[in-house]
Design a protein around this ligand. Structure first.
Ligand SMILES: Cc1ncc(COP(=O)(O)O)c(C=O)c1O
Length: 372
């Protein structure tokens, strides 16, 4: 099967491990296992886990974990929750289960590339719903109405958005739901960065609480800082649960009973983890915002949620070249817009250690000296 190169994953895999100051990482400062267990007051937990039988576990995932997750949503039942192997698996299961050759899939653009390249590889006709900087990266509902057709199976969105940090509010989400309903489409809402609001008033609802044909994709990476568990979840409409299980038998069987036990501790302590992580992203937001005010060659549409933002630069250089030069000359890593099939921006991750962000920006300013 042919599939396009996943530009951001390939680029990051090549440059990220080699740089000293990686300020592109999208996850909010991941815990070490020891830090996490003491953070949730379970220092002795590994001892308790010795009795765990390492079998396949449960087809949909650990029952208490699914129960805890279901309680995060207005109407979800634990039976509608499926534990997956990360947000990337949640998204993939949606495409693999639903998309047939000739279907239309509308994807937000720019995007985490999986949202359009994976359904394309399954034979879908992809239509891109383009965001524009002059609209603060918020999509236009009239344009969505023009894009959908009777064959539209899925409308794929990311909220909060990667790579821009824009947040679609309830009005936009309800508008998407109405348009989707008119053509009988599902909405795949990738909510990998959900809950990371720069200000409380920017909080948006989950699509699961807005549209009954929403498929919501979440992760234990990013806002929960447990990327290494490689776990995520799906919130599914009733009528899709069996269909998802059928397809997942061919790719996953189950996720990981061991990781699910640790994930359960995270769900039990979710408010505490968010408190830690909102502290990190909000501090970094202030640091980056202050730096941009002084840095004449850089600008941004201030992000409203998530842990990534697009930095606009006023230098005449392709973004890939700029990113590589910055990494090679100053040891600072930012993701070029080239990875999102655009130009003129670099993506920063503001879930990183605030010290590292400060140091990285200082070096970036030194680099920019040559271009002023
Ligand atoms: C929007 C979005 N969805 C999903 C993923 C996949 O992440 P994970 O599989 O770690 O949950 C990413 C990773 O960068 C992402 O940015």
């Amino acid at each position: 099967m042919k599939v396009d190169t996943f530009l951001v994953e390939r680029f990051m895999a090549k440059y990220q491990p080699e740089v000293e100051l990686d300020i592109a990482e999208t996850c909010v400062k991941p815990f070490t296992l020891g830090e996490f267990l003491s953070f949730v007051g379970e220092e002795e937990y590994l001892e308790k886990l010795k009795d765990l039988t390492l079998n396949y576990g449960y087809e949909k995932g650990l029952p208490e974990l699914r129960e805890g997750i279901a309680s995060l949503y207005k109407d979800a039942n634990p039976e509608n929750i499926l534990i997956t192997r990360g947000g990337i698996d949640s998204n993939f299961q949606a495409f693999y289960t639903l998309v047939e050759p000739g279907d239309t899939v509308v994807s937000i653009f720019p995007a985490y590339q999986q949202l359009y390249s994976a359904p394309k590889s399954l034979g879908a006709n992809i239509k891109l719903w383009k965001l524009r900087e002059e609209n603060n990266w918020i999509p236009d509902l009239d344009e969505l109405s023009e894009l959908v057709d009777k064959k539209t199976k899925l409308i794929a969105i990311i909220n909060p958005h990667n790579p821009t940090g824009a947040v679609m509010d309830e009005r936009i989400l309800s508008g998407i739901a109405e348009i989707a309903e008119d053509v009988g489409a599902y909405v795949l809402s990738d909510e990998a960065y959900f809950g990371l609001w720069i200000k409380d008033e920017y909080a948006a609802p989950t699509m699961a609480d807005v549209y009954d044909k929403a498929i919501v994709s979440r992760t234990f990476s990013k806002p929960l800082s447990l990327t290494g568990l490689r776990l995520g979840w799906l919130v599914l409409p009733d009528e899709l649960v069996e269909e998802f299980l059928l397809h997942r038998d061919y790719t996953t069987i189950t996720a990981s009973i061991l990781a699910e036990k640790l994930a359960y501790l995270a769900i039990k302590n979710i408010s505490k983890i968010y408190e830690r992580n909102l502290g990190i992203i909000r501090e970094n937001y202030r640091v980056i915002g202050g730096w941009i005010e002084k840095e004449e060659l850089i600008d941004w549409v201030p992000p409203r949620g998530g842990s990534v933002a697009f930095l606009k630069y006023y230098i005449d250089m392709p973004s890939k070249e700029l990113s590589v030069k910055l990494a090679e000359e100053k040891g600072v890593f930012l993701v070029p817009a080239w990875c999102f099939e655009m130009e003129g921006y670099l993506r920063i991750g503001y879930g990183n250690d605030p010290q590292k962000i400060r140091k990285g920006l200082k070096r970036f300013s030194e680099f920019l000296e040559n271009y002023r």
